[in-house]
Design a protein around this ligand. Structure first.
Ligand SMILES: C[S@@+](CC[C@H](N)C(=O)[O-])C[C@H]1O[C@@H](n2cnc3c(N)ncnc32)[C@H](O)[C@@H]1O
Length: 229
């Protein structure tokens, strides 16, 4: 996780120029004190950490000290049910300045934890069946990764994966670009990107990373309107 935060920080700094970089303010939000401490331990300047659990504790304008120009919610929404995702996206819309962007990454229906094909097939077939039924959030039934990948979990010796497993929730919501895009449109966003992609932050061995079978869903959405509004 630390690596991703560092990469993001570098990217933002280099794309904004020296003057803007000095003014850059980033608020990192998580509902796990351990993860917030890991971010603080990186010692990156200009980063404020804040405890908050989505959807009900989405950071307010008062808490972050103003509106946001960009919001990244990376690999978090798949822990939430459909209505909670909708509410989080609406809160992001409200917090953004006009012209601001929301960047989302979640696990997709291609997610193959530990390369376990049986686990993926089970999640996918439920997703497909719910899609045929016309459900708005076809993966919202949820899956327990601990139960689906019991054997792999018992076998793993990689410290980084063991640490991640200790924090696994019992509910994973498989999310496709179609429904995530729609939720953003419903909240008032215009969509710039809605596709499958790869999340660079997971430890080697946790996802399958198969060519052409990206395991994450990515959406970039923009809040239209003039900054004078
Ligand atoms: C898979 S990690 C993703 C970490 C990092 N954002 C990344 O992209 O690599 C999921 C993170 O979501 C946090 N999380 C889970 N449920 C959450 C919720 N309801 N609200 C806020 N954070 C949550 C966990 O504590 C954990 O740090």
């Amino acid at each position: 996780m630390g690596g991703v935060q560092k990469q993001l920080y570098k990217k933002l700094n280099s794309s904004m120029g020296a003057h803007a970089a000095r003014a850059l303010r980033i608020v990192a939000v998580d509902c796990d004190h351990g993860h917030l401490q890991a971010v603080e331990a990186l010692g990156l300047p200009g980063i404020k950490t804040m405890f908050g659990r989505l959807p009900d504790e989405f950071p307010s304008k008062e808490a972050v000290g103003g509106s946001a120009s960009a919001i990244l919610i990376s690999e978090v929404l798949h822990f939430l049910h459909g209505k909670e995702i909708e509410s989080s996206i609406q809160s992001a819309y409200d917090l953004l300045v006009p012209g601001g962007r929301l960047v989302l990454s979640t696990v997709s229906f291609n997610f193959k934890p530990f390369g376990n094909e049986a686990a993926r097939s089970k999640m996918r077939s439920t997703y497909q069946a719910n899609l045929v039924k016309g459900l708005k959030w076809p993966g919202s039934d949820g899956f327990d990764l601990n139960a689906l990948c019991k054997d792999e979990i018992e076998r793993t010796t990689t410290p980084e994966i063991k640490e991640a497993i200790a924090r696994f929730p019992q509910y994973i919501h498989i999310i496709g670009p179609r429904e995530l895009r729609q939720a953003c449109v419903d909240a008032g966003f215009e969509i710039e990107v809605a596709c499958l992609g790869d999340h660079p932050g997971y430890p080697a061995g946790f996802t399958a990373r198969q060519k052409g079978e990206f395991e994450s869903t990515h959406v970039v959405a923009v809040k239209r309107g003039s900054t004078n509004n």
